[in-house]
Design a binder for this molecule. Structure first.
Ligand code: 5GP
Length: 126
């Protein structure tokens, strides 16, 4: 753990490798701040992942340490992708898993965009 309580960034994580071009992805959009690509195991008709370009472990890390222009640029790309995928009028869901109890599997901050069907409850009932 780092001083902040967050784990250090792992340069071998799968999204770091995608950003470096070592592993292919189905790219949807890209800006100077972020990359959007289709999830390899889609949970909805539209399931896109948006990741910032940079070494950010999680939402907490990104929000605390990324330059403001990158935070803004990242979220703008999220909204632009949702619109380009035809989801703006019908609605969609944004989700980010953070840390152990949040169920985060890949330790590079990412937002999931889900859409294309009625998505139901936010989380399973307790
Ligand atoms: P998390 O649970 O960390 O929020 O979500 C990680 C997501 O990354 C999962 O939905 C999983 O299907 C996706 N994923 C894992 N490995 C790859 C990969 O190599 N390529 C792509 N496109 N998605 C991946």
């Amino acid at each position: 753990m780092s001083v902040s309580g967050l784990p250090p960034y792992d340069d071998a994580n799968i999204f770091a490798r995608i950003l470096r071009g070592e592993i292919p992805c189905t790219k949807v959009a890209e800006s100077e701040h972020a990359l959007a690509f289709r999830d390899i195991n889609p949970q909805a008709p539209v399931h896109v992942l948006v990741i910032p370009k940079g070494r950010y472990v999680s939402a907490a890390d990104f929000c605390a340490t990324a330059p403001e222009a990158q935070v803004a640029g990242f979220w703008r790309l999220v909204a632009e992708v949702a619109k380009a995928e035809g989801l703006e009028a019908r609605g969609y869901r944004l989700l980010t898993n953070m840390g152990d109890e949040g169920g985060q599997e890949v330790p590079h901050f990412h937002v999931h965009i889900f859409g294309g069907r009625r998505l139901g409850r936010m989380v399973p009932q307790m």
